[in-house]
Design a protein. Structure first.
Length: 390
């Protein structure tokens, strides 16, 4: 099965509490970057949200058309006639552009209780919406928000309703990030078995319980065709599936060929544009993703290099950092051993003996923090001069 990627970084990023608003040029760069990464789908925005949002959608569609990008744009829309009318207006302005509507509604019992919705009302709203837009050249994706908190009876109702229409895809949304992998397996498996092997299914997961990646991997295993998320995981509350992580998994374990260096560059652009603060240990894009100061780990890496072992980095790295255009880093700190400190001195062509090396190791451990090579060398010279005076 070929897994496609949907990028929701623009819309979800703008909903994140700490993010900056983007200029039109920055949004254009996002689309171009996503296209270069091999992303197939891009959520442009929600035209009905505001006049500014509507104008940005038009501007971005103009950019897509002028650049002749392959990525497919999607408009967010509530399932009502007002939003449908605005989407049709966009369609009239860009009649030749292949685009889709992601039509969404919350479907859990709790949401319907709060909103006063009923099965009858939903069926009627969906029928009116579908009749308005299905013949206009839009690909329609039915986005079932909060489906992971819906009861079995509600899910059966939705499946029966879906069979009455010809949607381009159905999106299963873990809107509050509350699902666990076994529940994802059951939910996706039910939709797959009921709708058939060829029916396009999309998974959109949030990360509130820290399970966005695990749930997405399970969704793929269970039969979804498209996965939706954001680069860097930016989004509302605790964020979304970090797309860079799922794309790395697909490359490493499923034979895909996404351009991971473009992925890294896109993430770096988003970090700067949105003003995101990433923890240094964030997978793939964190400052310390390929760094170690642990003595035994660093020693093993150095031994592997001495043996000229072709996959030396894999001794204590999960994959080659060069896949992302990065390099490994062996840092010097209180957990460093003699071998890695000696390697730094040898690389800098600095002479030393066992006594000086032992004293230098003691000095480094007393610092209780990672240090720089320049400080390391200065400490050695101080120790050497002290030793000579004695």
């Amino acid at each position: 099965m070929n897994i496609e990627i949907e990028d929701d970084s623009l819309r979800e990023g703008l909903q994140a509490i700490s993010s900056r608003q983007l200029s039109s040029k920055q949004a254009e760069k996002m689309i171009l970057a996503a296209d270069r990464c091999g992303v197939g789908h891009f959520i442009l925005g929600f035209p009905s949200a505001s006049t500014n949002e509507y104008q940005r959608v038009l501007s971005l569609l103009g950019y897509l058309e002028s650049e002749k990008l392959q990525i497919k744009p999607w408009l967010l829309s509530r399932i009502n006639t007002e939003d449908a009318s605005l989407c049709l207006k966009v369609r009239e302005l860009f009649p030749k552009t292949s685009m889709g509507i992601a039509a969404f509604r919350g479907v859990s019992e709790l949401r319907w209780k709060v909103e006063g919705w009923t099965e009858k009302l939903f069926g009627e709203d969906l029928k009116r919406f579908y009749e308005m837009v299905h013949s206009s050249g839009f690909d329609i994706s039915l986005n079932l928000e909060d489906i992971t908190r819906a009861s079995e009876n509600r899910i059966d109702f939705l499946l029966n309703l879906i069979r009455s229409f010809e949607f381009g895809s159905v999106a299963l949304c873990d809107t509050l990030g509350v699902a666990r992998p076994r529940e994802v397996q059951t939910l996706v498996g039910k939709f797959r078995s009921e709708l058939g092997e060829s029916y396009p299914l999309l998974w959109h997961g949030h990360n509130d319980l820290g399970l966005a990646l695990a749930n997405t991997l399970q969704a793929i295993e269970s039969g979804v065709n498209i996965v939706s998320g954001t680069f860097t995981g930016i989004g509302e509350r605790s964020g979304n599936l970090p797309l860079e992580q799922i794309m790395l998994h697909l490359n490493l374990f499923s034979g895909y060929n996404f351009d991971l260096q473009e992925v890294r560059r896109y993430c770096e652009f988003l970090i700067d544009a949105f003003g995101i603060e990433m923890t240094p240990w964030t997978p793939i894009i964190g400052e310390h993703s390929f760094a170690t100061q642990a003595g035994t780990h660093a020693a093993a890496l150095l031994k592997a290099k001495e043996l000229n072992y072709g996959e030396d980095k894999k001794v204590f790295l999960p994959y080659e950092p060069e896949l992302l255009g990065r390099i490994e880093s062996i840092e010097i700190g209180p957990n460093s051993g003699k071998k890695q400190i000696a390697s730094v001195l040898e690389r800098n062509q600095i002479e030393f003996d066992d006594l000086l090396l032992s004293k230098l190791v003691e000095r480094i451990k007393s610092e209780r923090r990672v240090t720089t090579e320049a400080k390391l060398i200065n400490w050695l010279e101080d120790l050497r001069n002290s030793h000579e005076r004695i």
